[in-house]
Design a protein around this ligand. Structure first.
Ligand SMILES: [Zn+2]
Ligand SMILES: [Zn+2]
Ligand SMILES: [Zn+2]
Length: 181
C-alpha cells in the first residue's frame, strides 16, 4: 500500500508538498513532451494549496481575485482536463472537486479517505482493493475505464476534536452500543 495519510492529516511543512508536486509535474510533462503552460501550472499550484479538495468554482474565483480580472470558466476547465489527463490531479466525484495526486507517474488505484470535518483527504493505493475491483468487473464482463473509491469519515486530528463527543464509542462507525449507562 502506498499512501500520503501520514502527512495529509498532520501539521507539516506543506510548502514542501507543494514544491515537490510542482517539480514532479514539470519532470513528467517534459518526459511526455507536453506543455505545463502558466495557467496549467497556476491551477495545479492552487489545488496544491492544501490537502483539501478544491472545486472548479473556487479555482475560478481565486484566480480572478489574484489576477484582478475575470477568468473565464472554459480556461480553468481546459487546464483541469489537462491535469487530469496527465494524472497530476484527481476528481472526487462525490464532492465534484479536485485534489493533487501525491504519486503521479505511477500506476495506482484511487482510494480517497475524505475527512468530513476538515476536508483533509489522503490518497491510498491498495493492491487488494485493486484486485477485487478488477475481478468484480471481469466477472460482470465489464470494461473498467476509470475507478475511484471515496471513503468519508473523520481524520485522526478531527477524531480528537469531535464536538459530539463520540470519542468514547470506539473507532468503528456504527459501533454504538445499545445499552444505556
Ligand atoms: Zn502537505
Ligand atoms: Zn493519485
Ligand atoms: Zn479532519
Amino acid at each position: 500500500m502506498i499512501t500520503n495519510s501520514k502527512i495529509a492529516y498532520r501539521q507539516h511543512d506543506h510548502l514542501r508538498c507543494q514544491n515537490a508536486a510542482l517539480q514532479q509535474a514539470k519532470k513528467l510533462c517534459a518526459r511526455d513532451d507536453v506543455r505545463l503552460t502558466p495557467i496549467r501550472e497556476t491551477v495545479l499550484c492552487l489545488i496544491w494549496e492544501s490537502h483539501r479538495p478544491l472545486g472548479a468554482y473556487d479555482i475560478i474565483e481565486q484566480l480572478s481575485e489574484s489576477s484582478g480580472k475575470r477568468v473565464l470558466p472554459p480556461t480553468v476547465y481546459r487546464a483541469l482536463s489537462f491535469l487530469l489527463d496527465q494524472g497530476l490531479i484527481h476528481r472526487l466525484a462525490t464532492l465534484n472537486a479536485f485534489i493533487g495526486c501525491p504519486f503521479p507517474g505511477s500506476v495506482h488505484s484511487n482510494v480517497f479517505l475524505v475527512c468530513r470535518a476538515c476536508g483533509s483527504t489522503a490518497e491510498c493505493s491498495v493492491d487488494t482493493i485493486n484486485n477485487a475491483i478488477v475481478a468484480t468487473a471481469a466477472r460482470a464482463g465489464f470494461e473498467i475505464e476509470s475507478q475511484s473509491v471515496e471513503i468519508s469519515g473523520l481524520c485522526p486530528m478531527c477524531q480528537q476534536e469531535d464536538p459530539h463527543g463520540h470519542k468514547d464509542e470506539g473507532q468503528k462507525p456504527g459501533a454504538r452500543k445499545e445499552a444505556a449507562p
